[in-house]
Design a protein. Sequence first.
Length: 287
Amino acid sequence: DKATDPSVHEENWECIQRFCDQVNTDIEGPSLASRLLAHKIQSPQEMESLHALTVLETCVNNCGERFHSEIAKFRFLNQMIKVLSPKYYGTWSSEKVKSRVTEVIFSWTVWFPQEVKIRDAYQMLKKQGIVKEDPKLPEDKILPPPSPRPQNSIFDTDEEKSKLLAKLLKSRHSEDLQAANRLIKSMIKEEQEKSAKVSRRVDAISEVSENVTCMDKLVESYKRQELSKSDQETLQTLFQRCEKLRPLLFRLASEAVDDDEALAEILQANDKLTQALGQYRQVVASH
């Protein structure tokens, strides 16, 4: 009640922080908090509703996955939608409140892409014409990195950046929040690039393994003179593809110099590839 007091126009950050602490320490905290906040967001008093939305966003920032799973349920999302829907409270909710609610739900679709229910709820609002276009998120709009994050995420392994981010997020100054937002974006980009490298490596090693296995079988058949013309063409195509995979493996190896495990996998794949190509040249090309 203190954190959402409509008679006070400024945010009561001390009460908001204490509310977040209670959510984190109480076993039932996330489910109780989401119900209380839904009720306050639906308040006919604009200031109470806006304060409740600020508390909600602060909880999203500070209360972790247990709270995230509550806001991603249809039970909570439906309460948010009622504020926008003309069938419920949309006719008397202020434009400022409706704008904030839309912005909050849209921002969750960006930050929690794995939560299908949030995306479905937002798409339904657009389909019904309640939301006509995606809102533009302000620079000081801070939400946490998407979760769950992969192991060895940069948010966990880069201690210096993580500490700086935590410090900026606790600040109440707009310029610090903007700096935090930029830092999150750069860390997300770095995370995506790291993930893309892993994906490229896995795909390349998998392709090498499949091609080498097929080549070995066809070369063995070739030795026994059991290959049809189409199989001979397949064998030649596999050889050409494997030739092209070698420089790709070298490139991946140069990217993985700091990762011993990944480098070992690439070198092992390269050994198999070299042996298969050598066998082809010895048996097929020389003949």
